[in-house]
Design a protein around this ligand. Structure first.
Ligand SMILES: Nc1ncnc2c1ncn2[C@@H]1O[C@H](COP(=O)(O)OP(=O)(O)OP(=O)(O)O)[C@@H](O)[C@H]1O
Ligand SMILES: [Mg+2]
Length: 269
């Protein structure tokens, strides 16, 4: 792969929970009870700069959707992954979700597809709720049973659901594809589905998820990941869920420290 578009997220992002908004409070669960509402974390430090960084990434992701040529994989399915754990996948997913706060017509679905570390569900306050794995296993469940409104209007969440040792097989199965197709009908032409996944080198299901993704945000934390691991992660995606080229993958360099400009946006190579 030659020259992927690269982004930097420099500023610390910390969680402060947003209280429930007016969004779809009446969305009901299976038993008729009102569903919990997921919280989307907000940045606390250097807020305007952080917002701007995520806005730039969002603009890039949305432009790929707008300019899709119809022949490639579905660009509205966006996978957020990394080579190794703890590089910032969940933080980037939440930051991007938050950046839709001011988009009046946004339709975004966040899927917690990281089965080993379902941190997105926890950080949104949706741990323990019926979610992805429950849906994948139970043919009787509908998408509506596992999609929750969040504190950001237009942003919805699918928590990971109850853990199962055969989670990778469920994710590789046909019902995952079906769920994504169903959700796409709900989000419309410019909506997006973001899948927060485990890291490529340690989670086999990430490859299955990548086969559905028209866009991949590959997060690399500065000073944390070896270049050889990034290459190995991208190589594995390319071999098993490829092709991976610069039209499909974008690098997000996380925790990259302070610099003169708020956002660095460049083409490498
Ligand atoms: N830009 C950032 N600035 C400061 N801290 C960050 C930043 N991004 C992530 N972190 C911190 O780094 C840690 C790992 O981040 P996060 O949980 O988002 O990574 P992850 O890749 O999703 O991890 P996992 O592999 O466990 O799912 C967290 O403590 C998070 O708060
Ligand atoms: Mg995570």
């Amino acid at each position: 792969m030659n020259s992927p578009v690269t982004f930097s997220v420099m500023t610390p992002v910390d969680s402060g929970e947003v209280s429930a908004s007016s969004l779809d409070k009446s969305l009901e669960g299976r038993d008729g009870a009102v569903k919990r509402i997921g919280s989307v974390a907000t940045p606390r430090f250097d807020e305007s700069r952080t917002r701007e960084e995520f806005r730039v990434i969002k603009g890039h992701v949305m432009s790929r959707i707008a300019n899709a040529d119809g022949h490639r994989r579905e660009p509205r399915n966006v996978l957020i992954t990394s080579a190794s754990p703890r590089e910032g996948k969940t933080t980037i997913t939440l930051g991007l979700a938050m950046s839709f706060m001011f988009d009046r017509d946004a339709r975004v679905v966040l899927i917690d597809a990281d089965m080993r570390s379902p941190d997105l569900s926890r950080r949104m306050g949706l741990e323990g709720e019926a979610g992805l794995l429950d849906y994948l296993e139970d043919d009787q469940m509908g998408w509506n049973d596992v999609v929750y409104p969040t504190s950001v209007r237009g942003v919805f969440a699918v928590p990971s659901g109850s853990p199962r040792i055969y989670a990778p097989e469920l994710i590789a199965g046909p019902r995952m594809k079906f769920l994504l197709e169903t959700l796409r009908q709900g989000i419309g032409r410019n909506g997006i589905i973001m899948m927060d996944s485990g890291s490529v080198l340690s989670c086999s299901e990430t490859i299955s998820l990548a086969t559905h993704a028209g866009q991949i945000l590959f997060v690399a934390a500065k000073g944390q990941t070896k270049r050889s691991d990034i290459d190995e992660g991208l190589g594995r995606l390319h071999r098993q869920a490829g092709p991976i080229d610069e039209s499909r993958v974008s690098m997000v360099f996380n925790k990259s420290g302070r610099s003169q400009s708020p956002v660095r946006y460049s083409r490498r190579g």
